[in-house]
Every structure is written in structure tokens, then in C-alpha cells.
Design a protein around this ligand. Structure first.
Ligand code: GTB
Length: 227
């Protein structure tokens, strides 16, 4: 008979992450949000580092059609897209989606809102800075990029008001929203919206996030994070 421990080990999911993230352990690459979801769910996981060259090789493209991280392998299941991976984790383990059907649908709506409505303008900032910063029109474009982010932050800030989480208890919707907003931390823009900075700080202070952050930091730097 197959020992239980072997079965358990084969179902321990494996994520892919950058072999060395260009952010040097700031936790901005999208494996961090998946690690966070797994930590919230209390699930163990393995991580396999992938070099930039290997991302575009057939072995990795078989897991991820766009040659990116993160991917998620669990038994026979292979997933890509951080949103789909976190949704899968949240569906199968307690703690990330409410039991009530309507509240669950609303939490899922917030996950989509984070990925489809809030994240795109934030990603534009990185494109404008790092990929287009040397173009003749870069300086003219930047205020437009910043305005689009500010507009979303202002809408998010008004809706959040003074509550702790988006819709009652912490959910995968908050996990995704905080993950997306964390990308703005180096820009200082979150500081313009006191309740949003507090919201992001609240998410970042969760023990599960702290464990996820420490794990990615150790993976990327070989060191423990300093407080
Ligand atoms: N929509 C996909 C998802 O949510 O999973 C997007 C995945 C994605 O963009 N992956 C990036 C990647 O693999 C890493 S996270 N890029 C390599 C490639 O496309 O060839 C984005 C990212 C990249 C770099 C930093 N950084 O340097 O700090 C941070 C975040």
C-alpha cells in the first residue's frame, strides 16, 4: 500500500518563481501573492526557481504559454496566472472565501477588480518608467499615467472609507487588492490616501503575508528579512 506521507508529498504544490528576482527580495514579483494565499490557507508548498532564459524554453512553456512565473503544479493539475492560482487555492481551502454564496461572489468580484481594473494602470507606471523612460515623449506621458493611477486610488479610497477590509472579513479579494497596491509602495503615491496606506499596511502585517514575504526574501537573497 502507498504510504500516506508519499501521497501528501505528491500533492504538495510547487510554484515557480524567478531564480533571482530583479527586485532583490522586495516581494513585487507575482509568486509572493501565491505564497501569501498558501500561507493564509495553511498549506505547505515547494518553490522551483526559473532563470530568465529557462522561462522561454519548451519545458517551462509547457507549463506557462507566455513563459512567465508563477506557475502552480499540484498532482496532475498545472495552472498559470496568479489570479487563477489563488482562486483555485481559495476554492479548495478554508479562510480565503466566505461561506455565504453572495459574499463569496462579491469577494471574487474584488479579485477581478484588483486584477482587471486596479492593476493595469499601476503596471503602466513600471512600463513608462523602465521601458519607455528614454523616449522623447516619456516626460509628457508620465502625468497621464500618474493621473490614471490617482483616479483609481481615489475611487478605492472613497469606497473603502474607514473599514478594515473590502467586504466584512479578510478575503482573497483583499489579498489580491493589497498585493496589487503594494506594487505602488516605492512610488509614495499610496501616502496620498491615508486609509489606503493603512489598508495595505494591515494586509502586510498579517502573519501569513509576513511568512510569505520572508520566504521569498530568503529565496531571493539567501538572508532573513530585517524588521
Ligand atoms: N498576469 C500574470 C499573472 O498574474 O500571473 C502576469 C505574470 C507576470 O507578469 N510574470 C512576470 C514574469 O514572469 C513576473 S511578475 N516576467 C518575465 C517575462 O514576462 O518574461 C512581474 C514582475 C516582474 C519584475 C519585477 N521586478 O523586477 O521587480 C516585479 C514584478
Amino acid at each position: 500500500m502507498r504510504p500516506l506521507v508519499d501521497f501528501h508529498m505528491s500533492m504538495t504544490p510547487t510554484l515557480t518563481a524567478f531564480e533571482r528576482s530583479p527586485d532583490g527580495g522586495m516581494g513585487l514579483a507575482r509568486d509572493t501573492r501565491v505564497r501569501w494565499a498558501l500561507e493564509e490557507a495553511g498549506q505547505p508548498y515547494n518553490v522551483r526557481g526559473v532563470s530568465f532564459a529557462a522561462l522561454k524554453q519548451p519545458a517551462h512553456l509547457a507549463l506557462h504559454p507566455f513563459g512567465q512565473i508563477p506557475t502552480y503544479e499540484e498532482g496532475d493539475l498545472v495552472l498559470f496566472e496568479s489570479g487563477a492560482i489563488i482562486f483555485h487555492i481559495a476554492e479548495r481551502h478554508a479562510g480565503l472565501l466566505p461561506e455565504d454564496a453572495n459574499a463569496r461572489s462579491r469577494a471574487i468580484a474584488w479579485m477581478f477588480a484588483a486584477l482587471n481594473t486596479v492593476e493595469p494602470p499601476i503596471l503602466e507606471l513600471a512600463t513608462a518608467r523602465f521601458l519607455e523612460g528614454d523616449k522623447s515623449w516619456a516626460e509628457q506621458r508620465m502625468p497621464l499615467v500618474l493621473d490614471r493611477i490617482r483616479s483609481r486610488l481615489s475611487q478605492r479610497s472613497s469606497r473603502l472609507g474607514d473599514v478594515d477590509w473590502l467586504d466584512g472579513a479578510f478575503s482573497a479579494g483583499d489579498l489580491m487588492m493589497v498585493s496589487v497596491l503594494l506594487r505602488l509602495k516605492p512610488s509614495g503615491m499610496l501616502g496620498e490616501f491615508q486609509n489606503l496606506s493603512a489598508y495595505v499596511a494591515r494586509g502586510g502585517a498579517r502573519p501569513a503575508y509576513q511568512r510569505a514575504f520572508a520566504a521569498q526574501f530568503a529565496f531571493n537573497t539567501g538572508k532573513a528579512p530585517t524588521a
